[in-house]
Ligand binder design. Structure first.
Ligand SMILES: NC(=O)c1ccc[n+]([C@@H]2O[C@H](COP(=O)([O-])OP(=O)(O)OC[C@H]3O[C@@H](n4cnc5c(N)ncnc54)[C@H](O)[C@@H]3O)[C@@H](O)[C@H]2O)c1
Length: 322
C-alpha cells in the first residue's frame, strides 16, 4: 500500500514514516522542511507546499496522513492568520483533493487541545469542545473539514493526540516532558508554572503506533479518537521526570513551583481508540525520559533554535518579510 505523509519530516513524522516502512508500506513525504529532513533514504521526500498538490499528485495513494500545519500555541498566536489557513483550510483542501483522487482514507493529526478548559471531567470524543484560543480552534476547524468529506468510499479518521513527548530524529525541546528533561539535565531545576492543571500525554512511539493502527483499521471505521497514554497533572509530570533523572544520573533536580494560570486544562478517555483501533500505548513517562536520556549525546547545544518551533517560525517569517 502506498501512503503519503503530508508534513512527514517533522517531529512525529520522523518517527512515524520509518515505522510505516518497517511494516511494509511504501511511504512518500511532502513537506516544506521548516525543520530540515532527517528521514531515512528509503523514504522519498519532496519539498513542496501541500497547497500546491493537485488531485493528479495524489492519485495512486491508498491513504494520506496529515501531520502538517502550525503545531503549537506560540506559533498560532504569533501568526493567527497563517494558523487558521494552515491548520483549518489546508487539511480540508488536501482531504478534498485526496477524495477526488480516489484515496481510500485520510488520517488527520488532531489534538486534545480542542477540549479547552474542563474541570474534573474525563472527556470522551462526544464531550463538548470548549477551546477558544487560536491553535485549538484551528485544529478543530481542520478536523471538521476533513470529517465532513467522509462517505462509504472515503474513510476519515482524526486522532486527537495528547501532548506528544520523547525522542525523535527531528527533536523538539518545546514539549512538556522534553522541556523538563532538558531543564533537569542542564539547569538542575524544573520550573512548573501550575502544578494542578491536567494534560493527556503520549510518547511519540505510541503516537506513531496509533497512526499505524488507524492505517490498518477496517475501512468501515471513521471518526474522532482520543489518543494518550494517560492524564497527568503537570506537578506529577515534574516529579516523575525529576525522579527518573535522579535514577539515571544520581543528580537530584529541584522543582520550582510558580502559580501561573493556564487556559488549557483537560483530561480525556481513550477507550474508543482502544475498542475501535486496537490502540494500546506502551510507554510511561519514565520510559520516555529513559529514551530521551539514551540519545543525550546527539543533542549538542540544547539552546539551538531548531529545537524550538516558535524560534524557527519567527526566522521563517523574518526571511519571508525580508
Ligand atoms: N507534537 C505534539 O505534541 C502534537 C500534539 C497534538 C497534535 N499535534 C499535531 O500533529 C502534527 C505534527 O506535529 P509535529 O510535532 O510533528 O509538528 P512539526 O512542527 O514538527 O512538523 C510539522 C511539519 O509540517 C511541515 N509543514 C507545515 N506546513 C506545511 C505545508 N503547508 N506544506 C508542507 N509542509 C508543511 C513542516 O515543515 C514540518 O516539517 C501537527 O498537525 C500538530 O498540530 C502535535
Amino acid at each position: 500500500m502506498k501512503i503519503l505523509v503530508a508534513g512527514g519530516a517533522g517531529y512525529i513524522g520522523s518517527v512515524l514514516a520509518p515505522l510505516l516502512r518497517e511494516h511494509g508500506y511504501a511511504v512518500d513525504v511532502v513537506d516544506l522542511l521548516w525543520f530540515g529532513n532527517r528521514l531515512p533514504d528509503d523514504i522519498r521526500v519532496t519539498r513542496r507546499d501541500l497547497f500546491q498538490l493537485t488531485r493528479e499528485d495524489l492519485e495512486g495513494y491508498e491513504q494520506v496522513i496529515f501531520l502538517a500545519g502550525l503545531s503549537n500555541d506560540p506559533m498560532a498566536e504569533f501568526d493567527p492568520a497563517m494558523n487558521f489557513i494552515q491548520n483549518g483550510a489546508l487539511p480540508t483542501y488536501l482531504a478534498f483533493q485526496a477524495k477526488c483522487a480516489g484515496v481510500r482514507r485520510f488520517i488527520y493529526a488532531s489534538s486534545c487541545s480542542v477540549y479547552g478548559y474542563t474541570v474534573n471531567q474525563l472527556y470522551d470524543e462526544d464531550a463538548p469542545v470548549t477551546c477558544a484560543y487560536p491553535y485549538g480552534v484551528s485544529k478543530l476547524a481542520g478536523e471538521r473539514g476533513v470529517l465532513q468529506l467522509q462517505d462509504d468510499a472515503f474513510s476519515t479518521i482524526a486522532l486527537r493526540q495528547g501532548t506528544v513527548n520523547g525522542y525523535s530524529p527531528r527533536m523538539r525541546f518545546d514539549l512538556i516532558v522534553n522541556t523538563m528533561f532538558k531543564c533537569a539535565i542542564e539547569d538542575g531545576v524544573i520550573v512548573v508554572n501550575n502544578p494542578s492543571i491536567w494534560r493527556p500525554l503520549i510518547d511519540v512511539r505510541d503516537t506513531a503506533g496509533a497512526f499505524l493502527r488507524a492505517v490498518q483499521a477496517d475501512y468501515a471505521i471513521s471518526g474522532v479518537f482520543n489518543v494518550a497514554y494517560d492524564n497527568f497533572t503537570v506537578g506529577l509530570v515534574a516529579d516523575l521526570v525529576k525522579d527518573e533523572i535522579q535514577a539515571l544520573t544520581g543528580v537530584k533536580a529541584r522543582v520550582d513551583i510558580r502559580n501561573v494560570q493556564d487556559y488549557r486544562n483537560y483530561k480525556v478517555s481513550c477507550d474508543r481508540a482502544k475498542t475501535y483501533l486496537g490502540f494500546h500505548p506502551k510507554y510511561a513517562i519514565t520510559d520516555t525520559v529513559r529514551e530521551l536520556f539514551r540519545h543525550r549525546e546527539e543533542y549538542g547545544d540544547f539552546a539551538e533554535d531548531r529545537y524550538y518551533n516558535i524560534r524557527v517560525f519567527k526566522q521563517l517569517a523574518a526571511n519571508t518579510a525580508g
